[in-house]
Write a protein that binds this ligand. Sequence first.
Ligand code: PLP
Length: 447
Amino acid sequence: MYSNSLTELDRAHLIHPVASYRSHEKHGVRVLASAKGATVTDASGKQLIDGFAGLWCVNAGYGHESIVEAAARQMRELPYATAYFGLGSEPAIRLAGELADRAPGDLNHVYFTLGGSDAIDTTIRFIRYYWNARGRPERDQFISVEQGYHGSSTVGAGLTALPAFHAGFGLPFDWQHKIPSHYAYRNPVGDDPQAIIDASLAALKSKVETIGPERVAAFYAEPIQGSGGVLVPPKGWVKAMREFCREHDILFVADEVITGFGRTGPLFACSEEGIVPDLLTTAKGLTSGYVPMGAVLMSDHVYETIAEGAGAAAVGHGYTYSAHPVSAAVGLEVLKLYESGLLDNGVRAGARLMEGLEGLRDHPLVGDVRGRGMLAAVELVVDKVNKTPLPASAEPARRIFDRAWENGLIIRAFGNGVLGYAPPLCCTETEIDAIVERTRMTLDETL
Ligand code: PLP
């Protein structure tokens, strides 16, 4: 289908992230060539609706000339400016201001990174700095949630609770602890929202007691767990966890790498729960995937504690590409697009998507449908009554992905039989309906 030379070159030289190298060598690469709106075109000319916005990141959709222009203008004027030595660039400073203006509460301080994993790493380093500055160096233990994903950096992967990110690496994560997920469809306490919140609170309390309350530095949670299979907590869960952390002097970090920038409706999902985390991480939709960028938003008290603790000394954390002016220029333009109609369209399209996917519940393979806004999942089962999952191997997922592809749809097929959806916010009603129809067609062919 593709030029042999490209396939062979890929096989010989390009290492793909989170892939079985042997399986990839066998199946080969699918080359994407161009894209516009919510449609991507592969190297053979086949057009597909991108139901996953790349990797849950192209929230604005593809091919916005104004974003290209913003990047080109910045590249012409000043393609690079370090933020070291007290220097800076206008777009980075402006974007920090715009984010602080829109972020919940007093998240007034912005540290730009290159993506989500290094944003998570940055929080871990700042949190250690914070507790040292408060004279509490023993607060060095971190808690996150099973099925959570917080990137794959050497340190941050410790917070990630998906086995594939630990297996085979042999890295020590003994500073890292997990509580069970709120996963309503398969929760031992059932699906009653209050019972799930109570169970999570009890688990967190018990974990803190086991570790020793004086040892716990921070608790990390995604407002909706993404890579774990789009697991939506009951309303009030995030708030309850946040309040527990406040009462126990534990820093609360909201990882909004996926949920930020309209994915669930507003710019930040935390605002839907009316909470203000101590730190917030984001990436992906920040630049809509056009160029790499992530950010850590820090509350006043965390910033002040670190600043006071450091005094005249430098806080030794930085990247050559921190606050990159081209990424920031793209971020500013993307923000403008979100606020001139894209967020609103995402809310409308998200409601239609959820309604459409709910309509698949009658399908014999569909055990659960869940999501919020333009972030959704359909969980496939072998048997609905017993909720028997599909065989835990990559093959069924690959077959479903391949079938969907043939039907002109890109979705995420997780290994556990969960289909993930995160379409661009620009989707039309027709495109949303096509996503649902093509899913049904794919499921029928999978039976
Ligand atoms: N945190 C969450 C919640 C994510 O979903 C991801 C990536 O999917 C990351 C962190 C890591 O971000 P990145 O892949 O940009 O390093």
